[in-house]
Design a protein around this ligand. Structure first.
Ligand SMILES: [Fe+2]
Length: 200
């Protein structure tokens, strides 16, 4: 039996107010994120059963389900860590320098990331592209459509409607502004450093 588990939020559910409401964070983590964890485990179990039975009926659908639900679990886990009540600052150190090298300036990166967030039907991601050895912004639909091979997520922003509609209605840009009020670059900076150490 597959046993991926949902970690608790790294802060209280009301810790990001007023930028992200306690209600939205609770629904988002406890219901939506839990659903991806459960979906991933169920799909893995289907594949395991099919392998044991020598039967591939339903295996292709289960493989798609693994991709969808595992991507949902992984990205949401990053998203929670990419925000904190002490957030709201700009990146510093090596990651800041790399953003300036690869995008021209922090402001140019941010404008491009916001454009990605306004267009995505899923996520805006800052990724480390291990093939080209550079940072990129990526527009992701659902949790996986538009992903780049060899891309390692550094910063993840969920722009599914479940992420903001209750708080901001159709004003997605206001939610993106709110995200930057609570964005926390500590974990993304570590994630970037690990990617550079591994691939460069
Ligand atoms: Fe979400």
């Amino acid at each position: 039996m597959s046993n991926y588990e949902l970690d608790p939020l790294p802060y209280d559910a009301d810790a990001l107010e007023p930028h992200v409401s306690e209600q939205v964070l609770t629904w988002h983590h406890d219901t939506h994120h839990q659903g991806y964890v459960d979906g991933w485990n169920a799909a893995e179990d289907t594949l395991e059963d099919n392998r044991e039975d020598g039967d591939t009926d339903g295996s292709a659908g289960a493989i798609r389900s693994v991709t969808h639900n595992s991507s949902g679990h992984i990205l949401h886990s990053l998203f929670w860590q990419n925000m904190s009540p002490e957030g709201g600052a700009e990146p510093e150190g090596d990651l800041r320098e790399r953003i300036e090298d690869d995008f021209g300036s922090y402001e140019a990166w941010k404008a491009e990331f916001e454009a990605a967030a306004s267009d995505a039907s899923g996520w805006a991601l800052l990724v480390y592209d291990s093939f080209s050895e550079r940072l990129r912004n990526v527009v992701v639909d659902k949790h996986d459509q538009g992903a780049i091979w060899g891309g390692h997520p550094v910063l993840a922003l969920d722009v599914w409607e479940h992420s903001y509609y209750y708080d901001y209605g159709p004003a997605r840009g206001d939610f993106v502004d709110a995200f930057f009020e609570v964005v926390d670059w500590d974990e993304p900076s570590e994630r970037y450093a690990e990617a550079v150490e591994r691939f460069e």
